[in-house]
Ligand binder design. Structure first.
Ligand code: GLN
Ligand code: ZN
Length: 774
């Protein structure tokens, strides 16, 4: 913290800060400690010590990097929304006893469930790939303040001599992200509990003030979504009341992931002391909006100018220009990432495999922290004080803009030449389906699976052996071929109609393709929290994308050589490839999607040429990537459907295109699903008792569909009567000649015994109904 302004001048001089930092530690120590605790190998004390050590080392790193104020309370054993439920005492009735007996075990029971009680539901945190535990509230919910965790963590940071700012999920966002508890009227609106919740926040704020907090940050990302006037009024009331508290720390309301829009004047006028705004991506609109409301006179602004959810270096000149404008709009301007750095990996220098030409374009959490401090210094002391950093940044950006990696003329020419016709099948569905029926000769209610079969320890061990050099590529391929042969033999025996090769060779449905495409990078240590102790390594779309060689043809062809039944080729679609990767920020995502689509289109063409009659292109992420604001959705859905169609449209009429999506709620995108023009779609439906079948019918969906009849999320085996009953529901909505019979999703997380039994039942149910129909 060498060249930071001294405390006396701090009120005016711009400082650097962040809202949160990756929790897991350099070597995912937190994951190991927590999972060790679950297995009884680590004591509660051991876990607490490991966690405290990680927090300390994070704060030290941040302070050494030059952060003027560190965040506290952003750490979590599992999830910050769950921590908030604990903080406000919203413990579901079914978990209360466990929490009373042992708060730590009760906490994990809420997160993961136990033999006897179900966990809280988990869902995506806005449009990120982080998942939070959904608060369960009802008219009888009684809140009670428990500020212990927040107070303790603030104390730890203050004890290190740091200036610290507790970060809490704000009350409005907390309620807007909650849902009615089981048994409560589904129409119940948690926001109606605001008046009961505010006194609890008041108590926590008073506790934090007493513990030494000068500032407290309340995160309100839910206010960047479209909000009703009633919801905006609730936000206004919340901050009027919190602002009016007598004994409170100074309050800052932070927003991120998009522009605040109508909520900006609400928060700007609230009697609180500051605002955090996102100035990256669609958040850039905050700049003009802030000027339009007359800025934040007398208040502190935290300017999120460094993208907190992507991994590219910042454009210093652009950020300094934004910051310069903002100086005129607030009393004090601090520099930050746009959101918590939770959403990016820890350290780009831990990636020795990445081409050094690309490495200089990357900024993970550590590098972003350094960028933020440079910008704060530039803002405080003038650009001359950061001349060297500015020059280096300019050179790095230029090297990216002019690199053959980001500018591949062949890829660009091809993408520029794409026309609407490239996204259109040569014949409409009625003619295609006739040709497909003739070629495939399937029974009514054809049976199939979604692609993957169990990923056994044996398969994972083979991959580890290949990586470690204990077996060579030929040895590995032999093992995978043996697995494919076993999977084909099983499906023939089970009597399935359209077979799959089973995806034994795929570590992950995105990474597998990323590793084979030029311009796409995998990382070694780029772990990002998905939920709890589950971390993923999203690949990086770094350059122009091309496909040097076929990626899947050998596996599908090998599988097809073993059977006379059709084997379905299996690809991950362009939208999902983008959604589960870090996407380049130097061109619109639509352009990147088009490049990926063209590479996949070649794969589709090669599969078809190799004799594949059925090709599935999975798009489980189509809905989750939907922009937060409704106004931005049509443009997204347009490029997303175009990319899918570009991937799939080149095939002959008698080649059948399938797609797959995992979710059950798709009412808001059913038109987009229709626009994909896939011949067959499979969807998750077992848990919702085939509700999607009815929704497809209501929409008038004209093609074939396979609403799932086997819930693959649990080891439970559905019996034949259960599957038959679901199929009857399906038949009530979709005619027999357009209804497919399949599980909800892939089987990779299942074991073999339950998979075999369940698929036997699925085939038996289809046969029974065929007999009835005949
Ligand atoms: N084909 C993939 C599988 O079966 C689809 C997975 C998914 O939709 N998430 O595993
Ligand atoms: Zn799925």
């Amino acid at each position: 913290m060498t060249d930071q302004p001294t405390a006396g001048r701090a009120a005016a001089a711009p400082r650097a800060t962040v809202y949160g930092y990756p929790r897991q530690g350099q070597h995912r120590e937190l994951k190991k400690a927590i999972e060790g605790y679950w297995k009884g190998r680590v004591s509660a004390e051991g876990l607490r010590e490991a966690a405290a050590g990680l927090r300390r080392s994070n704060w030290r790193q941040l302070a050494e990097a030059g952060l003027g104020e560190v965040p506290t309370g952003d750490f979590s054993y599992y999830d910050h929304m769950l921590d908030t439920s604990v903080m406000v005492g919203a413990i579901p009735a079914r978990h209360r006893e466990a929490v009373q007996n042992d708060p730590l075990d009760g906490y994990f029971a809420m997160a993961r469930g136990t033999q006897d009680v179900a966990p809280l539901e988990m869902t995506k945190w806005f449009d990120t790939n982080y998942h939070y535990l959904v608060p369960e509230l009802g008219p009888d919910t009684v809140f009670a303040a428990d500020s212990a965790k927040q107070v303790a963590e603030l104390g730890e940071a203050l004890a290190l001599g740091l200036d610290a700012r507790p970060v809490l999920v704000g009350p409005v966002t907390y309620l807007l992200l909650a849902k009615p508890a089981p048994g409560v009227d589904p129409g119940f609106e948690p926001l109606t509990l605001l008046d009961r919740l505010l006194p609890v926040y008041a108590e926590v704020l008073a506790d934090l003030r007493a513990a030494g907090a000068g500032w407290v940050q309340l995160d309100e990302p839910a206010l960047v979504q479209d909000r009703t006037p009633a919801e905006l009024n609730a936000a206004a009331r919340a901050y009027r009341e919190l602002g009016a508290l007598a004994d409170r720390p100074r309050l800052l309301a932070a927003s991120y992931f998009d522009r605040l829009g109508e909520a900006l004047p609400v928060l700007a006028k609230a009697p609180i002391d500051g605002l955090g705004l996102d100035f990256t991506g669609p958040g850039a609109a905050n700049l003009a909006d802030l000027a339009a409301v007359g800025g934040l006179p007398g208040k502190r602004l935290i300017a999120g100018v460094v993208d907190g959810r992507n991994i590219w270096i910042n454009d210093f000149e652009k950020s300094l220009s934004t910051l310069g404008t903002l100086l005129g709009l607030a009393d004090r301007v601090d520099v930050a990432a746009s959101c918590s750095l939770l959403h990016v990996p820890l350290d780009a220098t831990a990636e020795p495999d990445i081409d050094p030409r690309i490495a200089r374009w990357l900024a993970f959490a550590r590098q972003k922290t350094a960028e933020i401090t440079v910008l704060a210094r530039g803002l405080a002391r003038g650009t001359a004080s950061i001349a060297a950093e500015l020059a280096a940044n300019r050179a790095d950006l230029a090297s990216r803009a002019n690199s053959p990696i980001t500018r591949d003329p062949a890829v660009r020419e091809r993408a520029a030449a794409v026309t609407d016709a490239d996204g259109a099948r040569s014949q409409p569905y009625p003619q295609r389906t006739a040709a497909q029926r003739e070629r495939l000769d399937l029974p009514p209610l054809p049976t199939t699976t979604i692609g993957s079969f169990p990923q056994t320890d044996d398969l994972r061990a083979a991959r580890a052996a290949l990586r470690a050099g204990r077996i060579d590529a030929a040895g590995y391929e032999q093992r995978m071929e043996a697995a494919v042969a076993e999977i084909i033999a099983f499906q023939e025996e089970a009597g399935l109609d359209v077979l799959v090769h089973g995806e034994p060779e795929r570590n992950d449905m995105v990474q597998y393709f990323a590793e084979q495409l030029t311009g796409y990078l995998a990382t070694r240590q780029g772990w990002v929290q998905s939920y709890g102790t589950r971390y993923v390594r999203p690949p990086i779309l770094a350059g122009d994308i091309s496909r040097p060689a076929p990626m899947t043809v050998r596996w599908t062809s090998y599988a097809q050589s073993l059977t006379s039944r059709p084997v379905k080729g299996m690809l991950t679609g362009p939208v999902t490839m983008l959604a589960w990767s870090f996407v380049r920020d130097d061109q619109p995502p639509a352009d990147t999607a088009r490049q990926v689509a063209l590479a996949l289109r070649d794969e589709v063409t090669d599969l078809e040429a190799a004799g594949t009659a059925v090709i599935q292109v999975d798009e489980p992420a189509l809905r989750e990537t939907l922009p937060l604001r409704a106004a931005d959705r049509p443009a997204y859905l347009h490029w997303a459907t175009q990319a899918f169609r570009l991937t799939t449209a080149a095939v002959r009429p008698d080649t059948q295109i399938h797609t797959h999506m995992c979710y059950a709620e798709f009412g808001d995108i059913v038109q987009a699903i229709d626009d994909l023009d896939a011949d067959v779609i499979s969807l998750e439906a077992a848990r919702s008792h085939m509700q999607v079948a009815g929704e497809l019918a209501d929409h008038g969906y004209p093609r074939e569909a396979g609403p799932g009849v086997y819930d693959i999320h649990s080891p439970r085996v559905p019996d034949t009567t259960e599957v038959t009953a679901l199929l009857r529901k399906g038949l009530a909505a979709i005619p027999a000649d357009r209804l497919w019979v399949n599980p909800d999703c892939g089987l990779k997380t299942r074991g073999w015994p339950e998979t075999k039994e369940s698929l036997d039942h699925l085939v038996a149910a289809a046969r029974q109904l065929r007999a009835e129909l005949a």
